[in-house]
Write a protein that binds this ligand. Sequence first.
Ligand SMILES: Nc1nc2c(c(=O)[nH]1)N[C@H]1C(S)=C(S)[C@@H](COP(=O)(O)O)O[C@H]1N2
Ligand SMILES: [Mo]
Length: 431
Amino acid sequence: MPFDNEKHQGISEFFARNPEEADREFFGRIAHSDRRGFLGGAGLATVGAMLGLSIPFHRNMPQGLIPAAFAAEDVLVGKDGLTLLNDRPINAETPPHFLDDDITPTNRHFIRNNGIPPEDVDPASWTLTVDGLVDQEMTLSIDDLRNQFEVVTMALVIECGGNGRAFFNPPAKGNQWTLGAVGCSNWTGVRLKDVLEKAGVKSNVVYTAHYGADGHLSGDTSKLPISRGVPIAKALTDDVLIAFEMNGGALHPQNGAPLRLVVPGWPGSCSQKWLTRIQLRDQVHDGPKMTGTSYRVPNRSVAPGEEVAKEDFVIIERMPVKSLITSQENNSEIGQEIEVRGHAWSGDRTVDRVDLSIDFGATWLTAELDAPVNSGAWQNWRQTVTFPKAGYYEVWARAMDSAGVMQPFAIDWNPKGYLNNTMHRVALRVG
Ligand SMILES: Nc1nc2c(c(=O)[nH]1)N[C@H]1C(S)=C(S)[C@@H](COP(=O)(O)O)O[C@H]1N2
Ligand SMILES: [Mo]
């Protein structure tokens, strides 16, 4: 099936369905191995024309790679203003000034994929299996979930464990998230706890294992892109949801439609998308991205660049205290008096205070801070700020949580670039 712009077939859809043919169509050659000998042709010329430029290093482009220039428009259907970091798998973050809403609209929620999302999902025939160390194994449709359990709606924070990775020095490999791998949408679903209790949690259970329907990047169907879990005590808290609605509508296809877990305040990777199975285990789960150094940090402070032995890494649980300034875009021109707004959160805790500084931290004023609308939600804050005269300013925000822990000035460096919760700074030009 050739690529057909008229039919609005997505370029990503086309590449996903048949990467070889897509490559042939776009780059005018037969197979990956032939590309080395590729000397030009109609396909490449077409891509060049679409980009308005030639591609000097086209020989190095991996098979199936969607030129990001196209992908940004095409892959992010139903999203608005997101920055595409990677197209295979799709990873896109939301610039902070697009996260200004109290509740993150679906079109502003970031996307973090480890594999290839399932296509043509049918919510009516979707099932979730609960098995492992339970009294009664269950397979439930989404209707079963709706009918057999209390349906709740909660605003819940999902933040990628690697949010802020781009600021690490020495740099950490992985998606270079800046600030926007976080969102707090309204999620509707049933409590994981209620479902697990109905299945009957055996006394020797220590951990959950989550499985989704997305495919491994290699195309190898025996491999999973990601399967993580949480300690059973976390799974049995009131604010972990199996969600089938996002902001009162369908889940966005890239955010896990039709069914996902939402584990607020813990690394986003715990919140399995395209959820098909939850298994209860008598050991810490060992699925892909649970082991090695994935979503783990050293068990002690380490110096930037320090080598850390594998056995010294521990699994990340709650995410640290953090805040974002969302009312002004970085580097924007403003008047002398403005309202500064944003959000603050701290996994499994609440935020007690948000302070702002416009003088590089010499003095601070305390912002007006809302209570969370429910546990697991971020807290909105605002403060009118007056600048003494025209010039360059930075607004800094720092949150302090219910345990008295405050955001740091400097990054607590770790090899994989997780948990960067340094203060958010926004440059402002007062005219
Ligand atoms: N099935 C599946 N679930 C997944 C992932 C994935 O790649 N596959 N990525 C995880 C990671 S690392 C994060 S940060 C969150 C991101 O959720 P979002 O894409 O809805 O923002 O989904 C998690 N759930
Ligand atoms: Mo993540």
